[in-house]
Design a protein around this ligand. Structure first.
Ligand SMILES: Cc1cc2nc3c(=O)[nH]c(=O)nc-3n(C[C@H](O)[C@H](O)[C@H](O)COP(=O)(O)OP(=O)(O)OC[C@H]3O[C@@H](n4cnc5c(N)ncnc54)[C@H](O)[C@@H]3O)c2cc1C
Length: 555
């Protein structure tokens, strides 16, 4: 019998956890981009990147997910309370998220060109560590531009929306230091086709914008139900309209919104998502009566940018974890990172991540209020395209990252399972894959001149790059075809078009902003006919290239 006390556990080829690292300083591509376009942000991002990567933050993020929220429908005396109780770790993570500005940083000072870029980088870093807390913070951020248009209400809400504090008190929003806002669109019969919504709104006195209504109906998905208010889509006399529906009424009574149950989700477990019943709930009409779908879809546009930034963060975390593991784990006498096939796979993951990060941060920066006509065209056209592609790529890359860990990846002791389960939600919500690709077609059909402007810019950037010419030609022909025909005539090609558009757009952004050898490897591999179904197959990435890409992807 072996004496267990003599077993040496120190040289067992197990990999130490990736911890106590700076998410900003360890990411050379992010550094380079920020240095190039917003050098004044460097010290702030470095400071916040260090806090996010420190071991104590990782433990908090882990606990927030290990101890998911619980629904308490009634008090001990039998009254409805519809209260969701979170583990203290959730609140600690919320404090960090809010103080880092992921609920509002981009709206702090509209004259400041770099607020959106700072916001983008903070989102990207937060997403790498804990994704559930992004939901209430990001919905709050996305609601701000919609609420800004309601002068009276916004005047009361502004300082609370822009506050950097997490105020978890379950009391009327009027009494709070800071507020958070959610979104209620999706009903049982379908979330993509909002025209089928059946929740109703009846005017209490006068009808129209700013007036008081009673809301009745059901929402099948209602995330972050502890938010201080939700923007809710409901049908009034004039058609689908948008309403500001608070959790509490000003007099201290609870607005009658019953949380029926919490969703038992595949991932995103730290965050609560619920099903709710409105029973004569109080709401104030936001925007014009009958224009509720475009009003709430404005919120969705900002949420889409958040999905893109968070998914870019998932791609980065998948890569960082994989590279760390491969540098410490040996097989067949060599570290995994030294094995040519593993090195090519990791390099391919790095390229995907850098392309996604560059696209998402440049997209965020083009949401600045002083963006020119080109920036506006670019963001209209590229937001749905990037939402499709980057959220989808995160699913693929997180799956590969889990496999880099071998069997350890499939065990909950490390965070690969959490990352893998988190990835699909950004692709599903705020426009699932097909729906978002159809939005790309609609954006072209509505403004073909925008699409031409964006493509001309890409043609200028990629002018010297013969390998991109087939993509440019295909896309120009497609834009002309869509401008001439109805969207329905070409909708079957919506995914194909979006994929090609993203290949070209990311290649051009890497030419503009990345290290030239990263841009070269991206273009060579992504235009290689062998690249596609799985990562790590393109022979354009040699062993030496792979090691060079890895050296440029982590410091
Ligand atoms: C974790 C989580 C949290 C959520 N939180 C919220 C929330 O807080 N508030 C909220 O309002 N909603 C929320 N949702 C709901 C989410 O926005 C919807 O699930 C999403 O919009 C899709 O709607 P659906 O589930 O009804 O699918 P459906 O609309 O039934 O779509 C099913 C599939 O059909 C595809 N499809 C639809 N139309 C077409 C077409 N014309 N051509 C081809 N394919 C098509 C879609 O792409 C999708 O893949 C949440 C969802 C999840 C998973």
């Amino acid at each position: 019998m072996q004496n267990h006390s003599s077993v040496d556990f120190t040289h067992n080829n197990q990999v130490p956890e990736l911890k106590n690292y700076n998410l900003y300083l360890s990411d050379p591509a992010l550094n380079q981009l920020i240095k190039k376009i917003a050098p004044s942000l460097q010290s702030e991002l470095s400071e916040k990147g260090a806090v996010l990567g420190v071991e104590s933050t990782l433990r908090i993020a882990e606990d927030a997910n290990q101890y998911p929220p619980e629904l308490h429908t009634h008090s001990r005396t039998g009254e409805r309370i519809d209260f969701v109780k979170f583990h203290p770790a959730w609140h600690q993570m919320m404090v960090l998220a809010r103080s880092n500005g992921i609920a509002n940083r981009c709206f702090e000072d509209s004259s400041h060109q770099q607020q959106w870029l700072a916001y983008g980088a903070l989102e990207y870093m937060h997403g790498q560590i804990e994704a559930g807390t992004m939901c209430p913070n990001n919905m709050t951020q996305a609601a701000i531009p919609v609420l800004k248009k309601e002068d009276g209400l916004f005047a009361q809400l502004e300082s609370k929306l822009l506050s950097k504090e997490h105020d978890a008190r379950d009391i009327p929003w009027q009494q709070k230091v800071s507020v958070s806002i959610g979104m209620g669109m999706t009903e049982k019969q379908g979330g993509s086709d909002l025209r089928t919504n059946t929740t109703t709104a009846t005017a209490l006195l006068e009808q129209g914008r700013g007036e008081q209504y009673q809301i009745n109906g059901h929402k099948w998905f209602f995330s972050a139900p502890m938010c201080d208010a939700h923007l809710v889509l409901a049908k009034s006399e004039g058609g689908h309209s948008c309403f500001f529906v608070p959790r509490w009424l000003e007099d201290g009574t609870k607005n009658p919104i019953e949380i029926q149950r919490l969703k038992n989700k595949v991932g995103n477990r730290s965050n609560a998502s619920s099903e709710v019943l409105f029973k004569n709930a109080f709401g104030i009409m936001i925007g014009e009566e009958g224009r509720g779908i475009p009003v709430i879809l404005e919120m969705a546009t900002y949420s889409r940018v958040n999905c893109i930034l968070a998914s870019s963060g998932f791609l980065r975390q998948a890569f960082s974890q994989s590279l760390h593991y491969a540098k410490h784990r040996k097989a067949f006498g060599k570290y995994l990172v030294e094995q040519p096939l593993m090195a090519r796979l990791l390099a391919d993951m790095a390229l995907e991540g850098q392309a996604a990060m560059t696209m998402s941060l440049i997209l965020a920066s083009r949401f600045d209020t002083n963006t020119d006509e080109f920036g506006l065209a670019w963001r209209r056209f590229m937001t749905p395209a990037a939402k499709f592609w980057i959220c989808k790529r995160a699913i693929e890359v997180c799956g590969e990252a889990m496999e880099v860990f071998g069997g350890n990846g499939y065990v909950e002791d490390n965070q690969m399972g959490r990352l893998f389960r988190e990835a699909p939600v950004n692709s599903i919500w705020e426009g699932s894959g097909n729906v978002i690709c159809l939005d790309v077609l609609r954006a072209i059909a509505r403004n073909p001149e925008d699409a031409e402007l964006v493509l001309t810019n890409m043609k200028n950037i990629g002018a010297q790059e013969a390998r991109l010419v087939p993509l440019m030609t295909w896309l120009s022909n497609a834009v002309q075809r869509i401008a001439k025909q109805r969207v329905e005539a070409v909708e079957i090609d919506a995914r194909l078009l979006t994929q090609k558009l993203m290949m070209l757009a990311q290649a051009c952004l890497l030419i503009e902003y990345a290290n030239p050898s990263i841009a070269e490897a991206f273009i060579a591999s992504r235009t290689d006919p062998d690249w596609g179904a799985v990562l790590g197959v393109s022979s354009t990435i040699s062993e030496a290239d792979a090691q060079r890409i890895l050296a440029l992807s982590w410091t």
